[in-house]
Design a binder for this molecule. Structure first.
Ligand code: PFF
Length: 449
């Protein structure tokens, strides 16, 4: 998209930003991270962080983007010339570079399941057999690397063409269908034998399970699902016309996101217990659970196929925003440069993702700081770089932007009462930086010394 281009409709921006937000984070990552961190209490803290910190920060990124109408690096330069704040744009670029490298590995797993379902080989197996089929696939370097490659190739192709208009049109009907399929999935899941155990696990908070790592994971998870802290939302909102109400857009995206997270939890946890799987199985959780849920259900494989297609679509729209953010910075609105850089950056991300793809096979015993390459990349991005990015953005907005500009941005296209504007600024200036700082340092064990 060139810099002066805009979303084609008012609804277009919400769709694209929701497309960036809804992806693997809500559907794949949330269930397994909640599963590893005790369930209910994790969900509670996640919701709290999403509403108190996520929503105001999302709005902050929107305001930076729309008021400057340019890419992430230039936006900070424009607002705070002659300072080093533009570094925040590069931080976002680096973070999303690393993020996409392992995100695409999981995207590849969806592609693998899609092909398996299409060839009919995922039908009628036992839970153990499903586990074996999946474990064999992801530990096979050829399978996992080619699937990762296919996912990256699609992302590069779309971003290099700058065809956001097409994505916008597709999102318009894909998102509602995804939603409907979730309902089918949940009806099925709620009729399974161990439904009560699943729901208790998801909704009954046991705060004794909340370690400082779990609190940090919930913070990271809420930023991850909203695509906050890497300036992807700065980039997307730079294409937004002035008539659009930013607070409304932020609120709808947070709302849709929370709904999807809860739907995913409702679909997954009853099934986890009913099929004798472990909630703390880690990144493979969703992929172990899904085929069982669709199996033995009328038209099960057809529904599974549709679900995988939509899930792939949701992951791709998030991946587009990660690459778009980086390409927008280097291409600066030039279409030829956009093509070239989409390929250069995209293929480099593919290469960086290879050790992550191998983390479930040949490199599964290779640990750095006690984590596999995949887990380390994910930990660095979700639990360190995104919170740090978010922390800096929350300071940047009230410190470097004029109150009048901020107020005008929130007012244009709808408007919010003055007191909410004050609350928003207060959260950005004090609550968010202090909370993120405390959570980060708590994990480092600073307070225990
Ligand atoms: N929000 C996306 C998801 O939940 O899958 C992940 C993401 C996309 C994070 C874009 C950051 C980003 F810039």
């Amino acid at each position: 998209m060139n810099e002066k281009e805009q979303w084609s409709s008012r609804f277009g921006f919400i769709l694209a930003a929701a497309g960036s937000a809804i992806g693997l984070g809500a559907i794949w990552k949330f269930p397994y991270v909640a599963g590893m961190n005790g369930g209910g209490a994790f969900l509670f803290i996640f919701l709290l962080f999403t509403l108190i910190l996520g929503l105001p920060l999302l709005l902050a990124e929107f305001v930076i983007g729309r008021s400057t109408q340019t890419n992430a690096v230039s936006a900070y330069k424009m607002i705070a010339p002659d300072t080093k704040w533009y570094f925040l744009g590069y931080l976002g670029m680096g973070t999303s570079f690393l993020l996409l490298s392992f995100y695409s590995v999981i995207g590849g797993w969806i592609i693998y399941y899609l092909l398996k379902t299409l060839t009919g080989t995922l039908n009628d197996l036992t839970p153990e057999q499903y586990n074996v089929v999946f474990a064999n696939a992801i530990s096979n370097p050829f399978v996992s690397i080619s699937a990762h490659f296919l996912f990256m190739l699609t992302t590069i192709f779309v971003v290099s063409k700058g065809v956001q208009k097409g994505i916008e049109r597709a999102s318009r009907f894909m998102m509602p269908i995804l939603f409907l399929l979730f309902l089918v999935l949940i009806i099925r899941s709620l009729t399974l034998p161990d439904v009560v155990r699943g729901l208790t696990f998801l909704f009954e908070p046991d705060f004794s399970k909340l370690t400082s790592e779990a609190i940090l994971a919930a913070l990271g998870q809420s930023f991850f699902t909203l695509s906050i802290g890497v300036s992807a939302m700065v980039t997307y909102s730079s294409y937004v016309p002035k008539e659009e109400s930013l607070p409304k857009a932020a609120l709808s995206i947070v709302f849709i996101n929370i709904v999807i997270v809860i739907l995913a939890g409702l679909a997954i946890f009853p099934a986890v217990f009913s099929f004798g799987l472990q909630p703390d199985a880690g990144p493979v959780l969703l992929f172990q659970v899904l085929p069982n849920v669709f199996n033995h259900m009328p038209f099960g494989m057809l529904f599974f196929l549709a679900f995988l297609l939509l899930f792939l679509f949701a992951s791709l729209t998030s991946a587009f925003s990660m690459l778009e953010l980086q390409v927008a910075i280097v291409a600066k609105g030039d279409d030829l440069l956009r093509k070239k850089w989409s390929w250069v950056i995209g293929l480099s991300i593919f290469l960086l993702g290879i050790p992550s793809a191998l983390s479930f096979g040949p490199l599964s015993d290779f640990f750095i700081f006690g984590k596999s390459f995949f887990d380390l990349a994910d930990y660095l991005v979700s639990n360190m770089l995104m919170p740090i990015g978010a922390l800096l953005i929350s300071i940047f907005v009230p410190v470097k932007m004029k109150k009048s500009v901020l107020y005008a941005e929130l007012q244009s296209g709808g408007g919010i009462p003055m007191y909410l504007f004050r609350v928003w600024l207060f959260i950005l200036r004090y609550v968010a930086p202090v909370a993120i700082f405390l959570v980060l340092f708590d994990v480092l064990g600073i307070w225990d010394k």
